[in-house]
Design a protein. Structure first.
Length: 271
């Protein structure tokens, strides 16, 4: 009986995963324009950073090739893990479909996280195209060592868990406000800045950098890429991974707390 119940749950989650990546691949024209748009962005990014570094070999101790490569990889990663529509939860709340979701054997949290993973997988071709464009333009450099590559993979995994948890936390605000379009726009731009996707923490003001370094957002893009480029070594890498893991635990706890309160705010408007 337990095995059958587990099998039903797994089949349901597999269906949600497929729905996630199919939601990206179904609209071929949108996917194509997404690829073209990001390739253009990467090309312009490489050109702009080369101009900024024209008369300098290094800025804040960071060389030109590292800065350019960081900008290209940050844009590529952000396009994959931070799409404009990163959760269907707000729309399902407005349409009243959340009532059906709550009757499924899987929890709302697992349903949305698995679907988000599927969406991320569906957007991998966009990020891959941007990385290829960066390689062609000479704007991507490999990790400094195999150990850094392994540490980067671990850090990236924790960063993805971090951003998916925060995304779902923000989406759950729809239980209280119903319409959260403005909140999502504000959150997206704030995350782009605080995660280091727009400006690496290397170039932040001295008074601001320590604050952002302790926030969960820097664990999403800056932390993995700082390991990729070898700016963190030894104990510093371990402390970075520990901080990322700590934030994942804290955010997972907050997610459960918010959900327990949100379940009492369910209002079926449609369906």
């Amino acid at each position: 009986m337990v095995v059958d119940s587990l099998l039903v749950r797994l089949i349901g989650l597999r269906g949600l995963f497929r729905a996630g990546y199919r939601s990206v691949l179904t609209y071929r024209a949108d996917l194509l324009f997404g690829v073209l748009g990001l390739v253009i962005q990467v090309s312009l990014t490489v050109a702009v950073w080369r101009v900024l570094y024209a008369d300098h070999d290094a800025v804040a101790g960071v060389g030109r090739s590292t800065a350019i490569s960081y900008a290209v990889l940050a844009a590529s990663i952000q396009a994959v893990i931070m799409p404009w529509q990163f959760s269907s939860l707000p729309q399902r709340i407005i349409r009243g479909q959340i009532g059906v979701d709550m009757m499924r054997p899987q929890s709302i949290i697992s349903q949305n996280l698995v679907q988000a993973i599927g969406t991320m997988v569906g957007r991998l071709p966009i990020g891959a195209a941007a990385v290829i464009a960066g390689l062609v333009l000479g704007g991507v450099q490999p990790p400094s060592s195999l150990l850094d590559c392994v540490a980067w993979a671990a850090s990236t995994t924790l960063g993805i868990a971090n951003i998916m948890t925060i995304n779902l936390l923000v989406s759950m605000s729809g239980f209280w406000t119903l319409e959260i379009g403005g909140v999502l726009i504000l959150y997206r731009f704030a995350t782009a800045f605080l995660s280091g996707a727009l400006i690496p923490l290397w170039f932040m003001p001295s008074w601001l950098k320590p604050i952002i370094s302790w926030l969960p957002f820097q664990a999403q893009i800056y932390a993995p890429l700082s390991i990729w480029f070898g700016t963190r070594k030894g104990v510093d890498i371990l402390s970075t991974l520990a901080l990322q893991f700590g934030w994942v635990i804290v955010l997972a706890f907050l997610l459960k707390v918010v959900w327990r309160r949100a379940i009492h705010k369910v209002v079926v408007l449609g369906g």
